[in-house]
Ligand binder design. Structure first.
Ligand SMILES: Cc1cc2nc3c(=O)[nH]c(=O)nc-3n(C[C@H](O)[C@H](O)[C@H](O)COP(=O)(O)OP(=O)(O)OC[C@H]3O[C@@H](n4cnc5c(N)ncnc54)[C@H](O)[C@@H]3O)c2cc1C
Length: 372
């Protein structure tokens, strides 16, 4: 009888584990991924996809294919409950999975839940896809983006780019006194100027509750997220913002065989920001800690980067780089972002012999930045 590792949610943090499928099978460990979506959309490239600068295949990872390639069982289903006493994961369609080891990596969803069909939450990302179709088809005359944080602003920049396939009139509303309030003011000023020149209405000091949604054909809600684990019935300890509390090793306190990572986890009570940088960095740590757990070796703690830089895309030919108080913007930043994003994606979408070198990616990024 093999040891069963069940992964709830195929988020950014889970991917390095999936690639261990064949290797761990030889050691008597079977992996099952339960994911409500067949595809993981890479959020770092989604705003450019919205503007028509990437195809869906370029920004998504087919989880079923990835599982097949590495000998992992894929089950499409939504985890609705974890029964700790029975070591059982249950999906909303009634499938049941017994686990010896469990990883919870279900991400986050938009905090605000609006029943109106014309309101599209920014998370989960899959909910935006039908809207992007409509935007490209030209059926949305007036679009409102609620929330001027990194997600809302990057979408506004790409949708309003002169080469974007979207021609809707865009308004972005922010309850603070500037866009991108978590970043240097110089960045906010530059971005606000660009959006203004493109005819985007930027409403500051203006909460979305003050806006009449019916004045718009569609609304993107980008006003913050909550952990998706809140929609799962469980008895685990939670930390800040209701995220699943973990030890520095990403294990749940007192439950060494259960791990959580990414947006849904409050690692060591530190409530790190819900950014892919953490999820992506936690992936390889999960892999080595799960390995150590099986071998009976000590597990390592999660150590974030001392600084989390952000590259904010503004179409394929321009991006902003910011870290702490530093801000720069230009074509090289866009090329660097392309190379970093594609390097990560190709690890999960292509066999090693087809992956491009970083040098090649930079060259391709340069070419791409001049063709749109
Ligand atoms: C527009 C936008 C742009 C962004 N850009 C950046 C960026 O440039 N850099 C950056 O660092 N961060 C960025 N982020 C944040 C980033 O998307 C998240 O931090 C990251 O995706 C978190 O990864 P994760 O591993 O926690 O889970 P996710 O990658 O969110 O994946 C969770 C997965 O679990 C699935 N799932 C959910 N519930 C269940 C369930 N009950 N059962 C089964 N499966 C389930 C979901 O469908 C999803 O596939 C951006 C976010 C947005 C919205």
């Amino acid at each position: 009888m093999s040891t069963r590792l069940v992964i709830a949610g195929g988020g950014h943090a889970s991917l390095p584990i999936l690639k261990m499928g064949h290797h761990w099978k030889k050691l008597g460990i079977s992996i099952t991924l339960v994911s409500d979506q067949m595809y993981l959309i890479y959020s770092g490239a989604l705003p450019q996809f919205a503007g028509g600068f990437f195809t869906f295949d370029e920004i998504s990872i087919n989880l079923k294919d990835l599982c097949e390639r590495y000998g992992v069982e894929f089950c499409q289903g939504r985890v609705k409950a974890v029964n700790q006493n029975l070591s059982l994961v249950e999906t909303s369609s009634g499938d049941k999975f017994l686990y010896d080891l469990l990883l919870i990596n279900v991400g986050a969803r938009a905090k605000e839940n609006h029943p109106e069909s014309r309101v599209f939450p920014v998370k989960p990302l899959s909910k935006l896809l039908p809207l992007f179709e409509e935007l490209k088809a030209g059926t949305v005359q007036k679009l409102l983006i609620a929330g001027g944080g990194a997600a809302g602003t990057e979408l506004a920049l790409n949708l309003s780019h002169p080469a974007s396939s979207v021609k809707s009139a865009i308004t972005i509303t922010e309850h603070g006194n500037r866009l991108l309030s978590a970043f240097p003011k110089r960045l906010s000023d530059k971005v606000t100027r660009i959006l203004g020149k493109r005819g985007v209405s930027v409403l500051l000091n203006n909460s979305f509750e003050q806006v009449t949604f019916s004045d718009y054909d569609a609304v993107i809600m980008a006003t913050g997220n909550r952990p998706e684990s809140l929609s799962i019935d469980h008895t685990f300890h939670t930390g800040q913002n209701h995220r699943l509390l973990t030890l520095p090793t990403l294990q749940l306190p007192g439950l060494p065989n259960i791990f959580a990572a990414g947006d849904t986890a409050d690692v060591d009570g530190k409530n790190y920001s819900q950014i892919g940088v953490h999820a992506v960095k936690q992936g390889p740590l999960l892999r080595s800690n799960i390995n150590a757990f099986f071998d009976g070796r000590p597990l390592k703690p999660y150590k974030p980067y001392p600084v989390n830089p952000l590259i904010l895309s503004n179409g394929p030919d321009h991006a902003f780089f910011t870290a702490k108080s530093f801000v720069s913007g230009g074509r090289p930043e866009a090329i660097l972002k392309y190379a970093i994003d594609m390097k990560w994606l190709e690890k999960y979408t292509m066999p090693p012999e087809r992956r491009r070198s970083f040098y090649q990616l930079m060259r391709d990024g340069e070419k791409r930045s001049r063709t749109h």
